[in-house]
Design a protein around this ligand. Structure first.
Ligand code: GLN
Length: 410
């Protein structure tokens, strides 16, 4: 195989999905929903599939109805009219959108700044496109008396960020709400990052796939909505996250026409166009959801799922970071002692202590989490090795069973 893929280790998603099935663990690993998508979007999808012409290639940019629905929904967010014919396109999932941004803007050796912990796909998307990742850890503040760490306390050291910038820096990747920390970046933080991007003429890739999953009273702010940063910002969103359909692989990339055009050019050559009929269904879901209260209702459900999961952690005294958005919960496992003599399969021990912790948890306690060391560079592995990530996009019965099992850690 080519060098660009030869060094890849097995991805954590496939590894922990397999182990979960083998051990019949409760799966709070990969972030997918085990509850059904809204009735409305499923009905719209079947209707679309039964409309024969919708089953052929859509335009590379996307089906006009979805582009229009996104423009209607996001124009107020950005405080300007997004032109559906120039300022938006539909990739096959947010991940492909991100890949295409790198394909469109990175020349060999160009640098991309990633804040750690980072969603693991960013790294391979950068390197497969000839880019060089530059890592900068978010530093957590100390916990409150009850062991809870506010996600807002995980901070970018802006002096370190400026030091990390070189003449080769092309893109800063901002992810808010943040996976896996659950941090929602404040306006002050967003402006500090944006100002550095302006000063050093750097593009901003803003991954906002969890933008509709922000817990009250926190508010999501898109950096592209601030006029100072608009012309250098590409914003990525995801139908999988907004409507609970992660397997549909539909996202969107939004930005000013001149900035977006090369990204669409890359997308046209990577997969030409995204799946057609499901675009109609996402369009319909947006058209109806803005007025039927779906987004508020969904956020409330996520808040109660979060509460169901933090309860057992408090009972067993495991410190966690309280997310303001996303459906992830970061837990500090430094106090857990794995019994001596417990044995691990070789593919686990080869990947360090954090993987061993997650393996023990799924095999002995019966709950799957994702090792957060996977979201850190080799150099900064030590910063992640105490943390594991639970996904709480799950039904109450699953969270209840997980809670019962987590109490066994006591
Ligand atoms: N974004 C999801 C997560 O972090 C899914 C990742 C994946 O399967 N590649 O869990």
């Amino acid at each position: 195989p080519a060098e660009r893929v030869a060094h890849f280790k097995q991805d954590v998603w496939s590894l922990f999905t397999r182990l979960t099935l083998e051990h019949k663990a409760v799966n709070l690993g990969q972030g997918f929903m085990n509850f059904p998508p809204p009735r409305l979007i499923k009905d719209a999808a079947s209707a679309a599939i039964h409309t024969d012409s919708f089953n052929q290639y859509p335009p590379p940019r996307g089906r006009p109805r979805l582009l229009k629905a996104l423009s209607d929904h996001y124009s107020p967010v950005f405080g300007r009219t997004l032109d559906p014919t120039t300022d938006i396109f539909i990739p096959s999932g947010a991940n492909e959108g991100i890949y295409c941004i790198f394909a469109a803007y990175l020349n060999q050796g160009d640098e991309v700044i990633l804040f750690e912990p980072y969603f693991d796909q960013y790294l391979s998307n950068v390197t497969m496109n000839g880019g060089v990742p530059v890592f900068l850890p978010l530093i957590p503040g100390s916990s409150q008396e009850d062991g809870v760490i506010p996600s807002s306390s995980w901070k970018v050291d802006m002096n370190e960020l400026e030091k990390a910038i070189t003449p080769k820096t092309k893109i800063i990747l901002l992810n808010t709400p943040h996976n896996p920390v659950g941090k929602v970046f404040s306006e002050e933080e967003i402006r500090a990052i944006g100002d550095l991007a302006v000063k050093h003429n750097i593009l901003i890739l803003s991954d906002e796939v969890y933008d509709h999953l922000v817990f009250s009273p926190s508010k999501h702010l898109s950096i592209g909505a601030l006029p100072e940063y608009r012309s250098r910002t590409l914003t990525v969103g995801s139908a999988g996250k907004v409507f609970g359909v992660t397997g549909w692989r539909l996202g969107w990339v939004m930005g000013d026409a001149p900035l977006l055009a090369p990204v669409l050019a890359a997308h046209t050559r990577v997969c030409f166009c995204a799946t057609g009929p499901l675009q109609e269904a996402v369009a319909e879901a947006f058209e109806k959801s803005d007025s039927n209260g779906f987004f508020d209702q969904q956020t409330k459900e996520y808040e109660s799922r979060l509460a169901a999961l933090t309860k057992p952690l408090e009972e067993v005294g495991l410190p966690y970071t309280l997310p303001k958005g996303s459906y992830f919960l970061l837990v500090n496992t430094s106090s857990i002692r794995i019994p001596q003599g417990f044995s691990f399969p070789p593919e686990i021990s080869a990947r360090g202590r954090n993987f061993e912790m997650c393996y023990w948890l799924l095999a002995e306690i019966g709950v799957t989490a994702i090792p957060v060391s996977e979201f850190y560079s080799d150099t900064n592995q030590h910063l992640g090795e105490d943390y594991i990530r639970f996904a709480f996009c799950k039904t109450d019965d699953v969270l209840e069973e997980a809670s019962k099992r987590l109490l066994r850690i006591k």
